[in-house]
Every structure is written in C-alpha cells, then in structure tokens.
Design a protein around this ligand. Sequence first.
Ligand SMILES: Cc1cc2nc3c(=O)[nH]c(=O)nc-3n(C[C@H](O)[C@H](O)[C@H](O)COP(=O)(O)OP(=O)(O)OC[C@H]3O[C@@H](n4cnc5c(N)ncnc54)[C@H](O)[C@@H]3O)c2cc1C
Length: 422
Amino acid sequence: MISNLAYDCDVIIIGAGPAGATAATILAEEYGKKVIVLEKEHFPRYHVGESLIPHCWDTLDRIGMTDRLNEHGFQVKQSVQFVNPDGELSAPFYFSKHTDHPRAKTWQVDRETFDTMMMGRAREAGAEVREGVKVVEFLEEQGAVIGVVAEKLSGERFELRAPITMDASGRDALFQRKKKWRKRDPKLNKIAIWTLYQGAKRDPGIDEGATTVAYVNGKGWFWNIPLKDDIVSTGIVADRDYLYRDTRDLAEIYHREIKENKWIEEHLSEGKQIGEYWVTGEYSYRAENCAADGLLLIGDAFAFLDPVFSSGVYLALTTGSMGADAAAAALNQKDTSAGQFTDYGTRVCQGIEWMRKLVYAFYDENFSFKDVVTNYAEVRHALTDCLIGDLMDRDYSELFERVGEFAVLPEELPYGKTTASQ
Ligand SMILES: Cc1cc2nc3c(=O)[nH]c(=O)nc-3n(C[C@H](O)[C@H](O)[C@H](O)COP(=O)(O)OP(=O)(O)OC[C@H]3O[C@@H](n4cnc5c(N)ncnc54)[C@H](O)[C@@H]3O)c2cc1C
C-alpha cells in the first residue's frame, strides 16, 4: 500500500458478475469497506452459465440470496442425468439421496435475472455500482496496481485509486491478458456452440429441472438446461476440428449435431429455436499468478474450467467470497502486497484441481463413475461431495487414487498459487 496516495475508495471491483457482486456485497456489508464496482454493460444482459450446483448455496446463503432465489421462482434443479447417443438415459442422480440439506435443491437461472439480482444485492449492501463503465487500463506505481482508468459510454475517461483492485472481469480477464499470464489447459481445448429453445419437451415432476449431459459418439456432449418460462439452454461442447469439419456456420453445425443424440433430437423437436447461436473457444485456462501487489483475481478472470460439471458460477461465488475475506484482511493489516494472497491462491487452486481431475476422467473414453463406485463403495460419498461442489479445504487424495485406476488423471498445474510481488 503506498501511504501518501489519495484513494477514492478501499476496493475497486472490475465487473459485476457473480464473482464481483459477491465480493462487493461481503466487503461492503460484513467488513464496512468502501467499494466501487465498475461494470461495462447495463444489466440485465445475456450471459451463458445457467446451471448451479448444490454448494453454490453456501455463498448464496452467506450473502442472503437463497430465500430470494426461491421466492423469484427460478427453475429448481434436483438432479443431473447422463444420456448415451442412442438416447438411453442413466439413472438420474438426485442430490436429495446424498444430503437432506437445503442445498439439495439448487437452481437453473437465467443469468439476465440472476446477475441483476446479485448486482442489486451488492448495491443494497452499500457498494457503489456504476454500469456502462469499462475499465481500460490499470494504474501502476512502484510496481503495484494503485487503481484503474475507466471509460464511460460517452467516451469520457477518468481515474480511480484504491489500495486493492479486484479483477472480476470474467473471460475478458483484463489483468491476465495484459500481463500475458493466461495458461491454457494442456488438454481441455474444446469449443462450445449454444443457443436457446422455447417449448422443447420437458421431463415431468422432480426431473423437470434436471441438467442433462448427452454424449455425441466419443466426440463431445450436449447440455440441456431447462429454465423458467419454458426456455431451454442447449449447447454442444467438442473439439474444434470435429465441429468445424465441413462448415463454420454455427446454425448448420448445431442442427447437424442434434441428430447425433436421439434424446436431444427428440426433446428439441417439440420446441422452437430462438435468438442467437453463440460460440466460444479458449475453453480452460488459469492465470500464472492469482495476485499482484494491489491486485487480486477472482472468478473467470482468474481461472476457467470446462463446464461439464457446471462448476463456473460456484467458483465465481466461492472465489468472490474467499477473495473478499483475503482483501479485507489485507486492508486491515494495511498491507495489500501480493504475498498477502498466497493462502487464497493455494486453497483455490487445490479446489479447482479436484474438479479438474473429474473433468479429465469424464473425457477419458474408458472411464465410468459406476466402475469406481462398484469397485470401491467406500469412495462413493467423497465422489458425490466433489461432484456437487464441496471443493474448498477438502482432501480427496484417497478418492483420486481410486479414480486414477480407471482414468488417466492430470498432474496438478504448477501455476495460479503464486503471486507476483515486485
Ligand atoms: C459455454 C459455457 C457454458 C457454461 N455453463 C455453465 C453452467 O452451466 N454452470 C455454471 O456454473 N457455469 C457455467 N459456465 C461458466 C460461467 O458462465 C462462468 O464461470 C461465470 O459466469 C463466471 O462468473 P464471473 O463473475 O467470474 O464472470 P462473468 O459472469 O463473466 O462476469 C464478468 C463481468 O465483468 C464485466 N466486464 C468485463 N470486462 C470489463 C471491463 N473492462 N470493465 C468493466 N466490466 C467488465 C462483464 O460485462 C461481466 O458482467 C459456462 C461457461 C461457458 C463458456
């Protein structure tokens, strides 16, 4: 912290997605910090990433959001199911069979509404949120980040200074791009193409809100996420070369692939495609460091993992919450140098690594969860805990020793835990 600087606030947060809104709420309400959030869009705005997992509950409860989500009437999600290319459904996995905690009922959220509610919560907590303001540069002095340069829609630029800036800019990942810190995952190089449907077939009763993962002949998988108002989010994830093999037209590719899974074909045939087709590459990455002097990375701005187990919003909420605690502690000690965030980086990277191992197992053609639990019933509970997002501060070494007998698991990535102190 540079002592003779005139600061505008305690914390600047770039981006009001789930990571930024969570951090802002906790820092303002629990720690009484002066927080300014800069968000380039005006909410509500479209965002992919609708399926929550049970352990999202923990942070959402911390910031007083669980009752609001229930009252709003988002589609309740109680299970996940897997479908083979012939349309054959595995027995759905119901969260209530694993736990009777309220988190057994989680939500499928349209992100326009969810993110707007989260941003509103941050404002209510006392954070100042400025929409339509884009951060364009970082201010640095003596090697430390001391604030940002931001631009309004009018083009007018201004500067803001704070002892700590939190980058929650999502996959734009401002700081890691600027510093060339992005490390792509060595193997998880998929792309996704997705869209929305209205009026598609929905399963009845408790299965209505299930996330369905539907395989495409060893090439990839579809997601099917039922949202409220009879909308379904549906997309395919596969290797770039496979999807682009005969055209780059997203709609054409999408409709060609639907025919590769009978369940998807049958469910979507009753509905109507609405809106755009979206695509994204750069699928899994992590920043070389989680922090610099005066700066901390949270959410997708730090790391992104293939979303097959819907871990993204969970990681955004959790790093928002853990990042807020770490930033508050650093502010209280009047030392926001990078070294303050080593513990944050170590814990978060370990949590991500557990989920990353599961993702690798999923893509291993010889792997099935059934094989693991049939041979080693004693790890069933730990496996489920990991899948539903109980990732932080847990030790799943025994589980992955067993899983490693059925799938080739990755070495832990060396980066992300470290901080870049000048
Ligand atoms: C194809 C796909 C499918 C996915 N499916 C799921 C799923 O089912 N479940 C799940 O949990 N996750 C899913 N995810 C992941 C999920 O979308 C993200 O992990 C989550 O949104 C991360 O939250 P965040 O707050 O870090 O970033 P974001 O939600 O992206 O928020 C970042 C915010 O920063 C703002 N911003 C960016 N740049 C600037 C700037 N320069 N100045 C000011 N503001 C800025 C943006 O406008 C945005 O509002 C999926 C992702 C992809 C790509």
